[in-house]
Design a protein. Structure first.
Lengths: 162, 214
């Protein structure tokens, strides 16, 4: 960059119309050229300051230290499950299995809701062998009634005495 | 200032299905958001030096500047899922960086450690003779003294002016980009930089001829 161009660009720099590489080239010229620097007023000198200031380079192990910091930072509890590290096919297979299982459970659910089983029904179920002999029991009941009928005259006499 | 640089609120995102319109940094960030870890590595490599130097302008301590840069990249990493393409990636990056650096310099212990500018002017290593500054130990010490003088002057200007000046003059960002980072207008940025320049001129006027070895 020549002096004429640098001085013209300085105006743009002061007006904020030059930035990036263009601005840097102007500053480099102004800092290196005694003639141009001699023409600068104090306000324009300030434009050259960034070039005079220190520039630091990252430490060699900067990236490594960042990785360590990244890995050692506290994780939210849900991330401790490490779900995000699962391979995508495995995650997809797991999701599919969950959907299928939910579907099977839904299908096996009876359509009509049954009433809750009562204690009486439980006792009947426990006496199932007895229930199978129900006709005999019915006959026994009849015989029991027959005895009552047979004793009926005696029962009437006793009632009359009283 | 904190509110001015608050980057958490929602803005209308650009269309993300037109990646050719995005700057390459934003494309990398979107790729990282979608699970490509290598994309973050590339962003990290691209911006490490600039971010460390940006932090260094505020704290003037290499080790602390690197720690702040790590904190900045960590926030970028952790914010990836919330990243939306609002503007250039650097706008978002420097907004995070400015918040982290300002939080640091606002701490009481940091303010307590500042050296008066007058004391620097009496430093035997000063003036610098910047044009002749080479790599000899003496010149490096002189350069450090210049740096400290500039730093002290920058420390004394208001935060907004300092951020705008550093972003525009050191990071070489345009007024429009600085305005985007600071969530203000270009006109306001122009005014901030003008006032910063005046304040720095006033503070460094006695030292400027020596700084430039005139």
């Amino acid at each position: 960059m020549n002096c004429e161009r640098a001085r013209k660009m300085l105006e743009q720099l002061m007006a904020g119309e030059a930035h990036g590489r263009e601005a840097r080239e102007v500053r480099i010229h102004l800092a290196a050229c005694r003639d141009c620097a001699a023409m600068l007023n104090p306000s324009q000198w300030v434009e050259v300051l960034p070039l005079l200031d220190q520039v630091i380079e990252p430490s060699e192990d900067f990236a490594r230290r960042f990785r360590v910091k990244l890995e050692s930072r506290p994780q939210p509890w849900w991330k401790s499950l490490a779900l995000q590290r699962w391979p995508r096919p495995l995650a997809a297979a797991g999701s599919l299995a969950a959907i299928v299982l939910a579907g099977v459970l839904f299908i096996r659910e009876p359509a009509v809701k049954q009433e809750p089983v009562s204690l009486n029904e439980l006792s009947v179920a426990e006496s199932l062998p007895l229930l199978e002999d129900m006709p005999v029991i019915t006959n026994l009941d009849f015989l029991e009634d027959f005895e009552t009928i047979e004793n009926l005259p005696r029962l009437i006499k006793e009632a009359a005495k009283n | 200032m904190e509110a001015a640089l608050n980057w958490g609120d929602a803005m209308q995102p650009l269309e993300e299905n037109v990646p050719e319109m995005l700057d390459s940094d934003a494309q990398l960030m979107l790729r990282f958001r979608n699970g490509e870890a290598e994309a973050f590595d590339q962003l990290f490599s691209r911006h490490t030096r600039a971010i460390i130097n940006f932090a260094y302008r505020f704290v003037r301590d290499r080790q602390l500047a690197e720690e702040l840069a790590q904190e900045i990249f960590l926030r970028v990493y952790e914010s990836a899922s919330r990243y939306r393409v609002e503007a250039r990636f650097t706008t978002w990056l420097y907004r995070i960086a400015a918040n982290v650096c300002l939080n640091e310099v606002r701490k009481p212990h940091f303010r307590a450690g500042r050296v008066p500018l007058e004391a620097l002017a009496r430093d035997p290593r000063f003036p610098a003779g910047a044009r002749e500054a080479g790599s000899s130990p003496e010149k490096l010490l002189e350069r450090e003294a210049i740096s400290r003088a500039i730093s002290e002057a920058l420390d004394r200007i208001p935060e907004k002016q300092r951020v705008a000046f550093i972003l525009n003059k050191y990071q070489e960002l345009s007024y429009a980009e600085v305005a985007g980072i600071m969530r203000t207008s270009e006109k306001a940025v122009k005014s901030l930089i003008h006032r910063a320049r005046e304040a720095l001129t006033e503070r460094l006027k006695p030292l400027l001829p020596e700084l430039l070895n005139l």
